[in-house]
Structure formats: C-alpha cells, structure tokens
Design a protein. Structure first.
Length: 371
C-alpha cells in the first residue's frame, strides 16, 4: 500500500502564498496552489503536523479521489471505487456534506444521499455487513463538485482550525484567527519584533503575532477529529505534538502592546493572551487612538473600526485621519492596516507602499502596507 497521501488545506482568498510557505516548512511535497486552497503530499504524520502547525489553513482534508460525473450513476460508481475502508472502520460514523457549483449534478441533498449510499455499499462489501451502527468516531466525508468534476475528501480537523482554544470570548467584530495569522506573516513579524495594535478588541492580532514570534504551534491546545480514527496510530499525534513543542522559542524577545478605547476589550485581550500562554508578552491599556505614540522599530498591525451605517462611516473616516497622524508610515516603523474602505488611503493621508486584497468573512478588504 502506498503510504503517501494527498492533503488539501483551504484558506482565505489572498493568503495562498502564505499558506504555501507554511506547507513547505512542515515538509509538504508536490505542492499545488489554486484560489483559496493549497494541496500537498506526504506521509501519514503530515495529517497531525498540518493540523497542529498550519496557522493560516481553515482545515486539513485528505483528498481521496477526483473524477468527472454528470449522472448520479457516475457519481455512485466514482465513490464506490474509493478505498474508504482504509480510513473508515466498521462502526465509524461517516456523515456526508459538500457543495456543487456550475455542474449538472446541482442538488446537494441528492448528491449527499448518493455518496452516502455508495460509501455504505463499498464498506458493506468489505466488512460483510448490511447495516452500520455508526456509533464510533466520526469520519466526515466532504465533496466538492465544480464544473462536473467531483472531488472527495475526508475532514481530519473537525472544528475549523481558526478555533485555537484561546478565544472563547470575543468582542462584537473579531477578526478570524487564521486571517490574523496571515496578516502577521505578511507583516514579517520576527522573534524580536515589537508589535502594537491600537484597536486590539479581543487581542487576536497580538496573540497570533506572539505565537508566530515564539514559534508556538497554533493547534497545540486543541483536539482534532482524526485523533479518534483507528486508521491513524495515536503515537503519531503524540510524536507530532512533542516535535511542535520542542520547536517553541522561549528566548524570543517579542513584545506586544495593545490599546482599545473600550476597557472591556482591553480586559478581554489580557484574558485571551493568558489562555494562549503568552500573557507575559503582551501589555494592554485602555486608550484612545489619538493618544497613541508608536515606538521606534515597531510594527503596527490593526483592524480599525469601519461603519456599516452613514454616521458610523463618518466616525470611521475621522479615525482614519487620526491614524494618519499617529501611525508610522515607513523608516524605523511599519503599519499593516486591514480595511474595507475603498478610500482608506485618502483619509489616512498617504498611499500604501503595497496593497493586498483579502476577505474578512464575506467583506472584501485591502491590507494597506506601510514600511
């Protein structure tokens, strides 16, 4: 049996190059990049390593098969031909979910039912049973049908990888951890960086910056769906956790400074930083943006407020003007600001050296980079 497997890691649009670099670092091979996804190959240990270490991936999927199907019969036979018994045990649950786009097989519930039936047919032939209790571990089958090409995956992560475990509480408009990690990587945060966030909210950008600087694996404090699978030896997870912890750099001189006008947000950042194990690296104060003074040789990374309604929008534009006066725009200081406002640079008072299109949820934003 070939022990090499093909993995796929979806990510935020705009972060593909960042994720590709992470995949290279963990030993992924035969890497291919498409919009919002990086695929790679490796041994079975890479399932654990990718889940524990990849900071910008949304989840880690095993890619089982890819084939064309324009009829339900073709879909059924394509799924039935997959070696599902390698991963799914006799009493494991195997729920099915997925999506279809620009394809003849467009009904998702019908596709789900056909894939489930084909999987059950394959497994009943292999295990010699006609009924499955599905009382064991959940081995989630995911499918994607795009322009009649079907791709079948198994989800090894379970809960999305942005759930690190440190942010059980958040303020009204938190930035997703995976997106924050991508921005931190684009800002080139290093072990000795000083990072400031004058709108720290629940602390996500500062915490992700500290974790990157100290080389703390982002998934070290959580569990993953595939840890319960009998097809992956538990010793693999133990080894990969040890490997990840051994790589932590406690000697890093990183410092983080957070500020927020809302004292509840400042308290939340402190609380979440402690949960993430980097409380001693981050100092937080309740303060308005107009009082902010950026230290030399520091990087500002922030997600300033933006208004959905007219009054809020005007307030946000006023804040951008104040930011333009107090934030560094190059030289010994750098600023990385994510905003959906099309005229951000105009209000800030200077054009960014570089811009990158990113999506914060469904909101199209730009990362404005000043360095």
């Amino acid at each position: 049996m070939d022990n090499r497997i093909r993995l796929a890691a979806p990510c935020h649009f705009g972060l593909e190059s960042v994720l590709k670099y992470e995949v290279i670092k963990i030993g992924g091979e035969d890497i291919s990049v498409t919009d919002g996804r990086v695929c790679f190959s490796g041994g079975i240990e890479l399932i654990a390593r990718a889940n524990i270490c990849l900071s910008t991936a949304e989840r880690v999927l095993i890619q089982l098969a890819e084939f064309k199907a324009v009829t339900f019969e073709e879909l059924f036979q394509g799924v039935k031909a997959i070696e599902l018994e390698r991963w799914i045990g006799i009493d494991d649950a195997f729920p099915v979910k997925g999506h279809s786009l620009n394809s003849q097989l467009h009904s998702v519930p019908d596709c789900q039912a056909i894939i489930k039936k084909a999987a059950a047919d394959r497994l009943s032939g292999k295990y010699g049973v006609s009924w499955f209790s599905e009382t064991g571990a959940a081995v989630q089958i995911r499918f994607s049908i795009l322009k009649d090409i079907v791709t079948i995956y198994l989800d090894t992560s379970g809960v999305g990888l942005h759930k690190r475990g440190y942010r059980r509480n958040s303020n009204a408009a938190p930035i997703k951890e995976t997106l924050a990690a991508g921005i931190v990587a684009l800002a080139r945060v290093k072990p000795d960086s000083i990072v400031c966030d004058p709108f720290c909210g629940s602390g996500t950008l500062l915490i992700e910056a500290a974790m990157k600087a100290l080389k703390i694996p982002v998934g070290i404090n959580r569990r993953f769906a595939a840890e319960k699978w009998r097809s992956i030896d538990s010793s693999i997870w133990q080894q990969e956790r040890k490997r990840a912890i051994d790589g932590v750099d406690r000697s890093a001189k990183f410092q983080g400074f957070g500020y927020d006008i809302d004292d509840a947000a400042a308290a939340l950042t402190i609380d979440n930083a402690k949960k993430a194990g980097i409380g001693s690296r981050i100092k937080v104060e309740q303060a308005d943006i107009s009082k902010f003074r950026q230290p030399d040789n520091s990087i500002v990374i922030c997600n300033p407020p933006y208004g959905e309604r007219l009054l809020e929008l005007r307030e946000a534009e006023e804040i951008y003007g104040i930011m333009g006066k107090v934030l560094g725009k190059g030289g010994s200081t750098a600023s990385y600001i994510i905003s959906p406002h099309e005229q951000f640079e105009q209000f800030f008072g200077k054009n960014a050296k570089k811009r990158r299109k990113l999506y914060n949820g469904m909101i199209k934003c730009q990362l404005y980079m000043y360095y």
